[in-house]
Design a protein around this ligand. Structure first.
Ligand SMILES: CC(C)(COP(=O)(O)OP(=O)(O)OC[C@H]1O[C@@H](n2cnc3c(N)ncnc32)[C@H](O)[C@@H]1OP(=O)(O)O)[C@@H](O)C(=O)NCCC(=O)NCCS
Length: 437
């Protein structure tokens, strides 16, 4: 299999680099931690490592060193689309090199061959309450596949540590292959006929999702590819990536680990913000029976802030500029759906909200993040049920976190176990620091 051989070829160099770094420099200081950070969600503490992607506060994400516009330019594309194959992006995340057409299609074919979802997954989903949130269904479906784990079986049989990465890669291909089908089935179960639509042999991973949720137009197929690429990774400290990594650091398999990551993606401060954003935009539309004036929107924004709510889709824990994932989707909307009224509201929000947040003076970053726009595009192309959007986010995010999990295993990253202190201990540390030297 191409991807296994290519991964194996990259590995010796990485193992050597990491081992040299640890042997020669493991006591070199990287960072210092303040009481504010200990009590403040470890914001900004440099305590994780990943080579898959990096978020620069001013520039935004780079995947394996490439910006989003660069990626959209250089990754192989299907004949019927302007957006790259998601399989090519997965190759890049896994191997660190831009794939050829053959290498991108190799991943797409691996996914096709592994895409069949066992029938018990559908039975599990059908047995859930009708009003269950799609994210609970998605996480449960993934967890229910856990007994398929090759890693867990081979671990029990007694493989060596050097071999860990291979079944982890095998599991990750098996799992990611099924995600568009599982997500589309959840969509059908919750909002449509409840029938399972089989993926088509002639469509790639992203396009198949578009087809299975009921919009096989070339524009929506491209948007699906773009969406999954943009949501795939955001370095390792965000909650879904970190939760996946933490769970996997116990040597639990990718099914357990991804389910853990998705459970944290389901919170309103993280992935759920995309559904909250569309809810807010539709609320504006209803309130003003269309697109409001700037002044009306300003006032509406202040009312929301004064009632103690955040403005969904704005602010970020790391970024300090507009998120390039926002910009890529904004440009897509500008090109394909400039007259859509909800998009016009999202545009107006982009003009008004940053200024209001600056005036309020709390948010460190008043600019939009990825969630400020993603739902608007889905809504335009007919996927209007916004409870479902975080599932789509999760389909994309699985690519980055699984690539990270495979590399963690390949490089022997250990169990994650930071140290905690009591408040009394912190008070003591603070007291000592205040005493004159
Ligand atoms: C993303 C987010 C959770 C980052 O949190 P953070 O790192 O703590 O952000 P900050 O350090 O800038 O927060 C400082 C203050 O500004 C507030 N703030 C940040 N973003 C805000 C927003 N969009 N609207 C209103 N207030 C906001 C915070 O709630 C916090 O207030 P507090 O001091 O009363 O607790 C935060 O910006 C937010 O809640 N945004 C809206 C939800 C969202 O879009 N989430 C998706 C993220 S990809």
């Amino acid at each position: 299999m191409g991807i296994v051989t290519d991964f194996a070829a990259e590995l010796p160099n990485w193992r050597e680099r990491v081992s040299k770094l640890l042997q020669e420099s493991s006591t070199v200081k990287v960072d210092e931690v303040t009481i504010g950070q200990v009590y403040g969600g470890m914001r900004g503490v440099k305590g994780l490592v990943t080579d898959i992607s990096y978020v620069d506060p001013g520039e935004g994400i780079r995947f394996r060193g490439y910006t989003i516009p660069e990626l959209l330019e250089i990754l192989p594309k299907p004949d019927d689309g302007k957006m790259p194959f998601v399989g090519g992006l997965y190759y890049l995340l896994l191997i660190g090199k831009v794939p050829s057409d053959v290498q991108a299609l190799d991943i797409e074919n691996e996914w096709k061959n592994r895409s069949e979802v066992p029938s018990f997954v559908f039975d599990v989903l059908k047995s859930m309450p009708r009003d269950a949130h799609p994210m609970m269904l998605f996480s449960t479906a993934i967890l229910s596949l856990q007994n398929e784990s090759v890693f867990t079986r081979r671990y029990q049989e007694g493989m060596t540590r050097e071999q860990y990465w291979e079944p982890m890669l095998e599991d990750s291909l098996n799992l990611t292959a099924k995600l568009p089908s599982i997500a589309a089935f959840i969509y059908s179960l919750k909002y449509k006929s409840g029938e399972y639509v089989q993926p088509r042999e002639d469509l790639d991973w992203g396009a198949n999702f578009a087809y299975m949720v009921g919009n096989p137009s070339d524009e929506y197929k491209d948007l699906a590819r773009l969406y999954f690429i943009l949501h795939s990774d955001h370095e390792s400290g965000n909650a879904s990536a970190h939760a996946t990594h933490l769970a996997a650091s116990t040597l639990s398999d990718i099914y357990y680990a991804l389910s853990a990551g998705l459970n944290s993606l389901a919170g309103p401060l993280h992935g759920l913000a995309n559904q909250e954003t569309l809810r807010w935009l539709l609320g504006i539309y209803q309130e003003f029976k269309g697109v409001p004036t700037k002044e009306q929107l300003r006032q509406f924004t202040w009312e929301r802030l004064n009632s103690g709510q955040v403005i969904p889709g704005y602010g970020h824990a790391v970024l300090r500029k507009p998120d390039p994932r926002f910009t890529a989707q904004f440009e897509y909307a500008q090109e394909h759906m400039p007259d859509d009224e909800i998009f016009q509201i999202a545009k107006l929000v982009f003009e008004v909200v940053p200024q209001v947040l600056i005036e309020q003076g709390k948010a460190k970053n008043p600019a939009p993040n990825v969630d400020a726009i993603s739902g608007t595009l889905q809504h335009h192309y007919g996927v209007k049920e916004f409870d479902f959007y975080t599932v789509m986010f999760g389909v994309g995010r699985a690519l980055g976190v699984s690539a990270n999990a495979i590399w963690s295993r390949a490089l022997g990253q250990p169990l994650e176990r930071p140290k905690s202190l009591t408040t009394a201990m912190l008070e003591e540390i603070a007291k000592k620091a205040q005493q004159p030297a």
